[in-house]
Design a protein around this ligand. Structure first.
Ligand code: HEC
Length: 162
């Protein structure tokens, strides 16, 4: 190999190495860590276990999904309760569950049998526990807008434009 050729070869090798290093740096900046599941509860495991009994007892899961799960036999397009505690507070939830006519608070676009039922007639302590539990179902800030959008579109059937 002549001197000039060595120089060229060296230049090519150096160029390839620089490209590889730059690429590696770009890739390592692009791959953020997996942000994980955005939904969580602030309830203690003991309270969550108690509330889950009520959640099943009053058939909430026939229409709503929670922790990404729903009763597969149901096809009601009710909003998911994941993250609901970041959209509504405990007092609002208690009043909603206590309303004789929940559709006076949130109008429904569904057939009557699919609408949110009134829980005005169940024991007050159960309504309180359900409100407290649903209020504890939070969503991380980075997924809040997405959660609002999904809930809005479920309730109205319209596109969310905020
Ligand atoms: C028959 C189906 C059905 C059952 C059972 C049901 N829901 Fe609903 N729920 C709905 C629907 C549908 C809506 C949306 C409003 C409407 O269309 O009436 C709703 C709305 C809600 C909302 C407000 C959602 C929002 O976006 O603000 C909460 C909270 C809620 N339900 C909690 C519960 C809880 C807790 C239970 C059990 C105690 C329950 N639901 C039982 C159908 C149901």
């Amino acid at each position: 190999m002549r001197k000039g050729e060595k120089g060229i070869l060296g230049g090519i090798v150096a160029f390839v190495l620089i490209v590889m290093v730059v690429k590696a740096v770009i890739i390592s900046n692009e791959t953020e860590p997996d942000p994980g599941i955005p939904f969580y509860t602030t309830s203690t495991p003991e309270f969550a276990a108690k509330a889950s009994v009520l959640y099943r007892k009053y058939d909430c899961r026939d229409c709503h999904s929670l922790w990404g799960l729903r009763n597969i036999m149901q096809a009601v397009p009710a909003p998911s309760l994941d993250g609901m505690g970041s959209l509504r507070d405990e007092q609002w939830l208690y009043d909603y569950f206590s309303a004789e006519n929940p559709q006076s608070i949130i109008p429904s676009r569904l057939k009557p049998r699919f609408r949110m039922p009134s829980f005005a007639d169940i024991p007050e302590k159960d309504r309180k526990a359900l409100a407290k539990y649903v209020a504890s179902l939070k969503v991380e800030d980075w997924y809040l807008e997405e959660t609002k959008k999904t809930a809005f579109e479920k309730l109205t059937g319209e596109e969310y434009t905020q």
